[in-house]
Design a protein around this ligand. Structure first.
Ligand code: SAH
Length: 516
C-alpha cells in the first residue's frame, strides 16, 4: 500500500481588515483551501473566496476574552489536518510573522515534519498609519520606525523591551496591543526622554468602515482615548509624522465615511449599488430581502415537459422563471430542441436575452414589459382554445393566467421557483433600527420596500415612523418612491434618471451638501 500523501499548511496574512488588502497569492490559496483556520482579526469577508465544501474553523483569540482555542490546540490542529492530507490555510490578521505567533506555529509544523509555506500580509501598523493619513516615514521627519508590543507591562523588570533605548531610539514608534497599557506606555516614553509634546495617533479597526482615530500628544492621548471610548483592536502611532495627517487624511474624508447604509436587494442581483457606496466610504449592511429557491416539487412541470409539443405558447415572465425552467429541463435529460413546437413569449427584453443564452429565441415581446402588457399582446393574437404554459414563481400575480383563461385559453401554471424571506435577518434589522445606528436605507424596487416593511414588522404606522424617524430613504425611481410614500414614509433621495450609478451619485451629493 502506498503511503498516504501529507497535506500542507499555508500561513497566510489576511491583511489589516479591508478584505481587498490580502495578497494575490493569499487569495489564490484561499480559493484552493480544504481547511481554513482563521482568527478574530482576519476579515470574515475573506471567507467568500473559500470553496463551499471546505472546513471552516474559527480559532478566536480576542484580547481579554476567553480564547476559543489555546495556542497549543491551534498548533496541534494544524498538524492533525495536514496529516489527513488536506490543504490547510491558516489565515491570520495582518502579517503572520508580526506579533501573530506565526513563528511558533511553523516551528511546531517543522518539528512534526509537516510541509508549510508563509505568505506575508499587510501588517496593521502600516495600514493604520496609511488609512489615518500618516506616512510612517518621511524624509523631513524621521528615518526610522520601530514596531513594539504594548501587551507587556513596561514597568515589569523583566520586560523584553528596552524602553530607555526605544523611547528616543526610533523616529516613529508603532505600538500593537497597547490600549490597555496606554497610560503606562506614554509615561514610560516621557520618563525615558521622549518629548511630552510628541504627537500621537490612536487608530481602531484600521482600513475597515468602522475605523476610528483620535490624535493628541504623549501628554494628552490617555485622556482623549478614555473619553472617546476607543477600545482594542487599536494601534498607537507616536512621532512627528502624525502632524502630516491634517493634510493627508484621505480615507476618513471620503463622502460616505461613517455612514451606515442598509442596502435592500434580492440576493441574486449584482451588488453594484453596494460597491458604489463602499467605494465612497459607506458602511453597507446588505439585507437581501428576498431569496430565490427551487420549489419543493416539480411534479406539474415534469408532467408538462412530457407533452411540450401539445403547447401553443410558453410564457416566461421573469429571469428566474427562465433559469429554473431550463435547470429542470436539463435535469430531465432534455434541452432546447424539446421546445421547437410552442411559440415562446418573454415579458421583457432582459428575459428574452436570457432565453437566448439558453439557445431559444423569443417569438413574442409585448409593447409594454409587464404581465398586463404580455396578456394584451397575446389577446391580439387570439388565444381561444390555445394551450399555454407559464413556468413562474410559486406565488405571483394571477392577472396573466386569469386574463388568458378569460379569453378561452387552456392555461397551466408550473411553479419552478419560490421567493423566501431569509431567516435570522429580521431580528438583526430590527435591532439596527432600534439602536439608531442606521443612517440610510436604499430601495431599488417596490418589492424591496414591501419585503423590508414585512421584515421590520413594525405593527403600526406610528411604530414604523418612530423606527424610521432619523433614517434617510433613497429610492431608485418614482414607482419605488410611491410604494414608500403609500406606506406612510418620506423619500429623501431620488435620482433624475433611474440607474444605480445615478443613485450612488445622488447619495454622495446628499451627504456632501450636508457636510460641505
Ligand atoms: N499580525 C497582526 C498583529 C496581531 S497582534 C498584524 O500584522 O497586524 C493584534 C494587534 O494588532 C491588535 O491588538 C491591534 O493593536 C493590532 N491590529 C490588528 N488589526 C488592526 C486593525 N485593523 N486596526 C488597528 N489595530 C489592529
Amino acid at each position: 500500500m502506498s503511503k498516504k500523501r501529507n497535506g500542507k499548511v499555508y500561513l497566510v496574512g489576511a491583511g489589516p481588515g479591508d478584505p481587498g488588502l490580502i495578497t494575490v497569492r493569499g487569495k489564490f490559496l484561499l480559493e484552493r483551501a480544504e481547511v481554513v483556520v482563521y482568527d478574530y482579526l482576519a476579515s470574515p469577508k475573506l471567507l467568500k473566496h473559500v470553496p463551499q465544501d471546505a472546513e471552516l474553523i474559527y480559532a478566536g483569540k480576542k484580547g481579554g476574552v476567553k480564547h476559543t482555542h489555546t495556542q497549543e490546540e491551534i498548533n496541534q490542529m494544524l498538524v492533525d489536518w495536514a496529516k489527513t492530507g488536506k490543504n490547510v490555510v491558516r489565515l491570520k490578521g495582518g502579517d503572520p510573522f508580526i506579533f501573530g505567533r506565526g513563528g511558533e506555529e511553523v516551528e511546531v509544523l517543522s518539528k512534526s515534519g509537516v510541509d508549510f509555506e508563509v505568505v506575508p500580509g499587510v501588517t496593521s501598523a502600516t495600514a493604520a498609519a496609511t488609512y489615518a493619513g500618516i506616512p510612517i516615514t518621511h524624509r523631513e521627519y524621521t528615518a526610522s520606525v520601530a514596531f513594539l508590543t504594548g501587551h507587556e507591562d513596561p514597568t515589569k523588570p523583566d520586560s523584553n523591551i528596552d524602553w530607555a533605548k526605544i523611547a528616543t531610539g526610533a523616529g516613529t514608534l508603532v505600538v500593537y496591543m497597547g490600549i490597555k497599557n496606554l497610560p503606562i506606555i506614554v509615561k514610560n516614553l516621557v520618563a525615558h526622554g521622549r518629548d511630552p509634546k510628541t504627537p500621537v495617533a490612536v487608530v481602531r479597526w484600521a482600513s475597515t468602515p468602522e475605523q476610528r482615530s483620535v490624535v493628541g500628544t504623549l501628554e494628552t492621548i490617555t485622556d482623549i482615548v478614555r473619553e472617546s471610548g476607543i477600545k482594542p483592536p487599536a494601534l498607537i502611532i507616536v512621532g512627528e509624522v502624525v502632524k502630516l495627517r491634517d493634510a493627508i487624511n484621505w480615507f476618513e474624508k471620503r463622502p460616505l465615511f461613517g455612514k451606515r447604509i442598509v442596502v435592500t436587494r434580492t440576493r441574486e442581483q449584482a451588488s453594484d449599488l453596494m460597491a458604489g457606496l463602499e467605494e465612497n466610504g459607506g458602511n453597507c449592511l446588505e439585507f437581501s430581502t428576498i431569496k430565490i429557491e427551487p420549489v419543493e416539487s416539480y411534479e406539474v412541470l415534469d408532467e408538462e415537459l412530457e407533452r411540450l409539443e401539445e403547447y401553443h405558447w410558453i410564457l416566461f415572465t421573469s429571469l428566474n422563471g427562465v433559469k429554473y425552467f431550463f435547470e429542470r429541463l436539463y435535469t430531465k435529460g432534455m434541452d432546447a430542441r424539446s421546445m421547437k413546437g410552442p411559440g415562446i413569449a418573454a415579458v421583457g427584453k432582459a428575459t428574452a436575452d436570457l432565453l437566448l443564452e439558453y439557445g431559444v429565441r423569443a417569438d413574442l415581446l409585448p409593447a409594454v414589459f409587464t404581465g398586463e402588457g404580455l396578456a394584451e399582446t397575446l389577446l391580439d393574437q387570439g388565444v381561444e382554445g390555445r394551450n399555454v404554459l407559464i413556468p413562474r414563481a410559486e406565488k405571483a400575480r394571477e392577472i396573466l393566467p386569469e386574463t388568458l383563461r378569460g379569453a378561452g385559453a387552456q392555461v397551466t401554471v408550473a411553479p419552478v421557483y419560490k421567493n423566501v424571506s431569509p431567516e435570522g435577518k429580521r431580528e438583526q434589522l430590527r435591532e439596527e433600527l432600534e439602536s439608531g445606528k442606521v443612517d440610510m436605507v436604499t430601495f431599488t424596487s417596490s418589492s424591496t420596500v414591501r419585503n423590508f416593511l414585512s421584515m421590520v414588522d413594525a405593527g403600526s404606522d406610528s411604530e414604523l415612523k418612530r423606527l424610521m424617524h432619523e433614517v434617510t430613504i433613497a429610492t431608485i425611481g418614482p414607482i419605488t418612491a410611491k410604494t414608500v410614500t403609500d406606506n406612510g414614509l418620506e423619500v429623501d433621495i431620488q435620482p433624475g434618471s433611474h440607474t444605480i450609478p445615478d443613485l450612488v451619485h445622488e447619495i454622495v451629493e446628499y451627504y456632501s451638501n450636508m457636510h460641505p
